[in-house]
Design a protein around this ligand. Sequence first.
Ligand code: SF4
Length: 401
Amino acid sequence: MKRLLGLIRSCIIIRVERWPGNILYFWLIMSNELNRDDILSRVLSGGSLTGAEALHLYQTTPLPELMALGHQVRMFLHPDMEVTWQIDRNVNYSNVCVSGCAFCNFYRTRNHAQAYVLAAEDYDEKIRELFRLGGDQLLLQGGLHPTLGLEWFEELFRSLKQRYPALRLHALGPPEIHHLATREGMSYHDVLLRLRTAGLDSLPGAGAEILCDRVRGMISPAKCTSEQWLEVMRQAHRIGMPTSATMMFGHVETPEERVEHLMKIQRLQQERPAGSPGFLAFIPWPFQAAHTRLQRQYPDLVPPTAEDYLRLIAISRLVLNNVANIQASWLTVGPQTAQIALWAGANDLGSIMIEENVVSAAGSSNRMDAPGMQETIRKAGFVPRRRDQEYRYLPDPEPVL
Ligand code: SF4
């Protein structure tokens, strides 16, 4: 009987979803409860939540219950008590950017006294230290530089790969690919192919912020639109390039827009061609407000709480059941909240991030080395497993003397 009622309710939801949003929301409020058992069994059998269901769950489910749902999905997808982590190094090839995002303290204009572009030899000591610490990957990002073209990046990637053949490059992001494609008059597909030939291994999900153009117009109007961000990722998936997706939340967006962001990621992941890895991970992180122009523009902004973060981790795990990994961002929320997030749906703690410059420019002071990462995972009740960018297990690093 319970199953029958659940089925009837699901049918009503599907039909009502075609109605205008307000009527649907009213119906959901009146119905008070979605059947959480039905939702869980649908998610665990590979079915998708609708946007309306996700929003209702996100807004009305008590935190412990929402975390438990997220954790059940995590344990279904990763039925062990292991939490993965990584050693890589952030390198910002330049801080020159024409975008001027209101939340960014990192960028400089081209003629600013602190503007820089790294030279080829600047990478040597950074890469040697990375290898010494047991890592093999650079997360290579910068801004939207007005004069560095596609050939400059090809030359950089080739030269790094020639000098360090074991090095992996997780580099740039959709806004930079869009910027290069516009500058060169090329398609995203062709830019990505050229960069891959030069040595690009995987594409980070940088610059997603909130994939809703109302929000982007307020915080990063000169950056690519949400559809352009998604189209770059679509093209990366078509050529089989591994990617990740991110969300920077807790500023001018609404709960509805957070859910819209998740639904866009979910749908694009569904579209990926068979055999393409698509989005390997989803990494939400809260806006770091300190000293940003956005904070000055909106002095009443209330920073997200730990509960806000845990709710978002849990709903992400439920909506994105087609994305294998949810990463907790210890850098932005701190190790303790990240540990709790491992019980809300997250199964990965990201990288120790040697040399992080962008988030720390907006106030984050968290730091972690390899033993600290392993200890953080153990203390949360899980077994640490080191991985590479494609989530293949690696041996633990040798202790650094
Ligand atoms: S977030 Fe990126 S694109 Fe925006 S101003 Fe900073 S460096 Fe430029």
